[in-house]
Design a protein around this ligand. Structure first.
Ligand code: AMP
Length: 303
């Protein structure tokens, strides 16, 4: 079952209290693919400029990621610069240079159109709709968005949400999208607009999933060394959708398990800069951390 992601492929320059990177491999579609590919083969659609190092793309290819949907265009690649606060809980975007990403028109190669699992990365909701028009009959559509689209393209975002099964956004985006300060009230409102489930990422406080009749929460893995939170949300999404594509099931139990796999992938991602941790991650390491999560939250049978 094909797993398709559409989103940014970037050169990131990031400063954290522990170091910095310049023009490192980044972008939502990249973090998603690198995390997802450990669990299920991933197909990427995105755009890079002629300055994008071939060595960066080779890192994805080495993970088995299918890059047939990555267009190389004349011009500069998308560049993003950010600085994190001392506790890594907030970041300031210093610069966003869209380059060729500004004119991005996703073209899904024929061989990707049968994809059964689709992740719409954080792009213009009109383009997200356009991607869905090109995919034949997906079994699951998951989607991300950000404050920019909530503020500028609210109407088309609502149209996209009607076709989305699972929306994966952070707590601030949840509140802003719904125009509600209470997170759960906000979540309830968003669910009434179409998605069958809403997964709310809460950084170091973990994740909450809301569905029509049930909720599920998971803490973040208690890491003592966090170096670079960039891409935590996208690697969560990669682990989450990657697990579902791998098991091919959408039961409540599978979705709960996918949340733990997502949390595991995000926890590994932040241990090193850029994609340095995910690149070499092995499946046994993932299984080990999955078991630790089980211990961390286990209270069944306790009186
Ligand atoms: P996250 O930390 O999960 O929010 O993801 C950060 C990644 O998103 C970085 O690798 C950036 O290159 C990418 N990114 C930042 N701003 C945008 C944007 N406006 N559109 C698409 N991707 C972005």
């Amino acid at each position: 079952m094909g797993l398709l992601v559409v989103g940014s492929i970037a050169l990131d320059s990031v400063v954290t209290p522990f170091g910095e990177t310049a023009d490192a491999l980044g972008g939502a579609a990249v973090f998603f693919s690198m995390a997802g590919a450990v669990l299920h083969p991933v197909q990427v659609v995105g755009v890079v400029g002629n300055d994008f190092p071939e060595t960066h793309l080779k890192k994805l290819a080495a993970r088995g990621v299918d890059l047939a949907g990555v267009e190389r265009k004349q011009g500069e690649s998308f560049r993003w610069k950010a600085r994190y606060s001392y506790d890594l809980n907030s970041r300031e975007t210093l610069e966003t240079r869209l380059g060729v990403f500004a004119e991005f028109q996703p073209r899904i190669p024929d061989k990707f159109r049968d994809a059964k699992f689709v992740f719409l990365g954080n792009i213009d909701p009109e383009l997200q709709l356009n991607v869905l028009d090109q995919v034949k009959q997906p079994k699951l559509v998951a989607c991300d968005t950000m404050n920019y689209w909530i503020e500028k393209e609210f109407k088309s975002l609502l149209e996209t949400l009607k076709l989305v099964d699972i929306l994966i956004i952070n707590d601030a985006e949840t509140r802003e999208l719904a125009g509600e300060s209470n997170l759960y009230r906000a979540g309830r409102k968003i669910l009434s607009w179409g998605p069958r489930a809403l997964v709310i990422k809460r950084g170091e406080y973990g994740v909450v999933m809301m569905k029509d009749r049930s909720m599920f929460g998971a803490p973040a893995y208690p890491l003592e060394d966090v170096f670079d939170p960039t891409g935590a949300g996208d690697s969560f999404a990669g682990g989450f959708v990657g697990y579902l594509a791998g098991c091919g099931e959408l039961s409540d139990a599978a979705i709960r398990k996918a949340i733990i796999f997502g949390s595991v992938m995000a926890s590994f991602n932040v241990e090193k800069f850029s994609l340095d941790r995910l690149r070499n991650l092995t499946f046994p390491e993932i299984q080990g951390r999955f078991r630790e999560f089980k211990q961390l939250t286990h209270f069944e049978g306790l009186e």
